[in-house]
Design a protein around this ligand. Structure first.
Ligand SMILES: [Zn+2]
Length: 273
């Protein structure tokens, strides 16, 4: 740069007295010339405007609200916040699940007292975790999903955390109901529950956890109801089938781990519809 803004023009620019066209060329030059910007700053510091700006800055700084005490996010607290932020783990889901279990337990007890078939708990217990998983992760149910999907692991660890939390709430509740009524031995429905949960995640890596839970949950309800109505068909709860449920759970878990990166790529509702 060989040309610089003449001292005279600079002062008139600061005073707002430079002709408009000259101001434009001065500003164009200022954008590219550091020495002239420094000269402008020096010139500005000598004007009444600078004193006003200083006063405003001092006033604003003096009246800023004091910063509140922010608790440090240690590992434990971070986990709690991440888990609690999942839509599926808010109080409503736990309450709804408790209500469903209570209803099923009541049906079973009443049915047994009347000499009828029990099985409401047995049918419902394995699908309860699915509702939690469906609500916990994915573009349809988690408003923060896009932000999660942008993280290096696409929120996969969070998906596992939330699934674990869902199981940690639903399995003990269902066990309690089953033992209290004596109509649903955990040994009968636990492996189907794990298999269905792992299956929901495996299928969910393709179609999203919400859809996967709807498909598998409905299929289970239909098959389990039929199975209990037709005792000679051995049924989904037969002891001989338990190893198969275990195998399904293991295979689906393997699929989930292999496809862990697919969860971040789930299409959002506005992309699919
Ligand atoms: Zn210059």
């Amino acid at each position: 740069v060989t040309w610089h803004i003449p001292e005279n023009s600079l002062w008139r620019y600061v005073a707002g007295q430079l002709a408009e066209v000259d101001s434009w060329s001065a500003e164009l030059h200022l954008e590219r010339c550091r020495p002239c910007r420094d000269r402008l700053a020096t010139a500005m510091a000598a004007t009444p405007l600078a004193a006003v700006l200083d006063a405003v800055r001092a006033d604003v700084t003096a009246h800023l609200p004091r910063q509140g005490a922010v608790r440090r996010g240690d590992k434990y607290r971070r986990a709690i916040i991440l888990l609690a932020a999942g839509p599926g783990l808010r109080g409503a889901w736990s309450l709804a699940m408790a209500a469903v279990l209570l209803t099923a337990a009541t049906l079973d007890v009443v049915s047994r007292l009347n000499g009828g078939l029990t099985g409401a708990l047995l049918i419902l217990a394995p699908v309860l975790p699915l509702t939690g998983v469906a609500l916990s992760y994915g573009p349809r149910t988690d408003p923060a999903f896009q932000a999660l999907a942008a993280t290096p692991l696409g929120g996969f660890p969070l998906l596992l955390w939330r699934t674990t939390a869902v199981l940690a709430v639903s399995i003990p509740l269902a066990t309690l109901a089953g033992v209290a009524t004596g109509t649903a031995r955990p040994g009968t429905w636990l492996l189907p529950a794990f298999a269905l949960t792992a299956g929901t995640l495996a299928l969910g890596s393709r179609v999203g956890p919400a859809r996967a839970a709807a498909v598998l949950g409905t299929s289970w309800l239909v098959a389990a109801t039929w199975s209990l109505r037709v005792p000679e068909a051995a049924g989904l709860f037969a002891d001989s089938l338990q190893p198969a449920w275990f195998a399904v759970a293991v295979v689906c878990t393997g699929v989930v781990v292999l496809r862990r990166r697919a969860f971040a790529l789930l299409p959002t509702p506005w992309e699919t519809s």
